[in-house]
Design a protein around this ligand. Structure first.
Ligand code: HEC
Length: 180
């Protein structure tokens, strides 16, 4: 019978295959959902420190990322490194520090956009001027601009009601990075 009706034969086989495949697919979402639920509520991280559902975990991670203070801890460190890079005429290191200072403030402002208005002068003028001064590869030019740059830190600290965070020209080195 099949030999005389090859099309019918093909149709039966295809239908059977499709029904087997679709029943396999139907059982998949249930299976996946269970796994996903488990994944989302299972504690993760070293010693399973990160717990809760997905939203709670993300909330915990954003808490650990912190707000503006960590951007400023990084900024304080890089400001010092930038100064000594200039004194050492280590211009590549100085350029690197300015780039990271820019990244630090940008990421900080993403987390705390309310501070953006006070940072405008620092971002639009002070950072680009510092970058240009580095390109001149001249310590005197660098030092002159570094004074202006440091004052723009303080201008923002005044605007943000933290004038007691008074930034000065660094006196001591904090890392072992030196001109090679
Ligand atoms: C938005 C404008 C703004 C600019 C620009 C800015 N700061 Fe700050 N800075 C702040 C604020 C606001 C705080 C207090 C942070 C807080 O309360 O979370 C702060 C805190 C600090 C701290 C203390 C961080 C800590 O928690 O120990 C240091 C150090 C610092 N700034 C250095 C600098 C330096 C150096 C520059 C310039 C290279 C600079 N800041 C530029 C706003 C700014």
């Amino acid at each position: 019978m099949f030999q005389s009706k090859p099309h019918l034969y093909l149709l039966i086989i295809t239908t059977l295959l499709l029904s087997v495949m679709s029943s396999a697919c139907n059982s998949l979402p249930d299976h996946q959902t269970v796994n996903e639920d488990e994944l989302l509520t299972d504690p993760i991280g070293s010693q399973d420190w990160l717990t809760g559902n997905l939203e709670e975990k993300l909330e915990t991670i954003t808490d650990h990322l912190r707000g503006f203070d960590m951007a400023m801890v990084e900024t304080g460190y890089r400001h010092v490194e930038l100064f000594w890079a200039g004194q050492d005429e280590n211009w590549d290191y100085a350029k690197y520090q300015v780039e990271k200072l820019q990244l630090a403030i940008e990421r900080g402002l993403e987390r705390r956009p309310a501070r953006a208005a006070s940072a405008e002068q620092y971002i639009q003028l002070a950072l680009p001027a510092m970058e240009e001064a580095i390109e001149e590869r001249d310590v005197e030019t660098f030092n002159r601009e570094f004074e202006v740059f440091t004052q723009s830190c303080n201008a923002c600290h005044h605007a943000e009601q933290v004038p007691h965070f008074n930034v000065q020209i660094p006196e001591n080195r904090i890392t072992g990075i030196r001109m090679p």
